[in-house]
Design a binder for this molecule. Sequence first.
Ligand code: GTP
Ligand code: SPV
Ligand code: MN
Length: 609
Amino acid sequence: MSTTHEPLKQWVEEMTQLCQPDNVVWSDGSQNEWDTLTQLLCDKGVFTRLNEEKRPNSFLARSAPSDVARVEDRTYICSEDEADCGPTNNWYDPAAMKELLKPKFKGSMKGRTMYVIPFCMGPLDSPLAKIGVEVTDSAYVVVNMRIMAKIGAPVLSRLEDEAAGKVDFGRDGHGTFVPCLHTVGAPLEPGQEDVSWPCNEDKYISHFPETQEIWSYGSGYGGNALLGKKCLALRIASTIAKKNGWMAEHMLILGIENPEGEKRYISAAFPSACGKTNLAMLVPPKELTDKGWKVTTIGDDIAWLWPHADGTLHAINPECGWFGVAPGTSYETNPNAMDSMLENAIFTNVGLTDDGDVWWEGMTDEAPAHLIDWKGNDWTPESEGPSSHPNARFTAPASQCPCIDPEWTNPDGVSIDAFLFGGRRESTMPLVFQSKSWEHGAFIGSVMGSEVTAAAIGLKPGVRRDPMAMLPFIGYHVGDYLQNWIDIGNKVEKLPAIFNTNWFRKDADGKWLWPGFGDNTRVLEWVLRRATGEVGGKETFIGTVPNWEDFNAEGLDFSEEDFNKVMDLDKEEWAEEIATQQEFLDKIGDKLPAEIAQERAALIERVKG
Ligand code: GTP
Ligand code: SPV
Ligand code: MN
């Protein structure tokens, strides 16, 4: 296979010259290709085929212990001007980065096959869709990409037809693609035996926002290697969105239907491993389901949003699958995720049961008596350390999710009524509050904080500021990013209402103050009733909070006293909170939007008052 798209053909030829693979294979995205590659991965010992009866067409992979998550300190934004990168990203001069990386990429695919994967983020016929082409020496990447995006022949012919002037969907970047170069950085000398997870200790996840290119070196894991996800759909897309007046956000999108049968959509930005997948596909508790509350899923990780002609913000999910955190996922906490991965799924860094299925911490109350752990060793409940890595993940097709929303592939997207921001906060942050305005909401998002999780390696433990959960994913200056939020506020007639949530508050003994998971529907109910103006609230210095009378705790062992605890506002904690918010805002410097500074000043006045 090759292509009639001249620039693509030329780029693939250049990459072949540079990386010197033994051969080049164009991915067509077919079932046959999946069957061949998964078998090849089994033969090479990268994959273990799971029990065909228990988990048909599904596979387990174990990564190298040094390659288990995103590497933020090795992630670069290579803008011409350092000032366009901003204080929250690692900057490198684009020409210098290419000079640095070229010798590393040179011959990096020796002894391996180079796969060429045309992929499309967003519905193929959406004007917002972005086409990328990833060349990679990892077959693991190809099969994961097949779940996470549309790949192969249909994408390539769309690109060729656009370039030849045969079709026009008004796609931004008509006829062009984002070149995405990926190698695990482990060439094989003739006769050299391969390892099951090749990678390189040296890692570079490099983005060139001005020329819209991605060069990723040395890692085979997740967001480092599946380049359509964080690299394209967030870092590169966020720079395009800023330029063209839309938004690329680290947000889930869910649909919620009330007992009157009215359907609305909510988007929520929580940092990595802070509950987006869980909220996106939550099952309301019985008392609410019986009344007619229903939740459906559009996306669990990324939302692209734009001011729609109908006067609202519309959103699409650019992805086609879930790349979700496995530990903690169970039929108790997230049955829809569990059902999504019953077949045709890939599991990375989880435990293998004696009957050829998977297990991880939290999947069942009782651990199996014996497993092979994520490092390939025997494991029993007495073993030291968990059987699965804390950032172990499942890759599963969104189409297999029982609560997938009928609109999930609609190129026109869905209209968003509310945004939620939130992180993991043991203290200070109440269960829920509403912003006073769009600008106030943007301020709340800009100083969001969260206790760090295992989704990225090398981070200092503790609370870190993570504006709109986008800290590691903004492809440009954080101040300009916040300005984009303010600007969108002036472009949309009927803006979503903005809320902050915290499912993770604890008491003095370290126990959760809120049951979370399905019961979060109770918070969503209040959010919707506020967004539609059906219910009042109590004004506080941080925003509007629910009155106990309006909070639906029906059927829940949760008293007014419990509610007051999880909603408590402690002025001493808030004084500390505001001081640490300031440390972060100071870093942004001159580019901090005036509206954000004003909202902050107003908060300080209210706290004094
Ligand atoms: P990325 O895929 O990394 O962007 O993260 P995500 O936001 O999709 O994370 P995910 O939903 O997979 O988060 C999983 C973690 O959040 C697990 O440890 C869950 O137990 C925990 N979690 C999710 N929802 C809740 C909740 O309502 N309450 C509590 N206490 N924990 C929750
Ligand atoms: C995240 O870390 O936010 C993820 C997982 O969604 S990864 O794709 O590895 O970035
Ligand atoms: Mn994510």
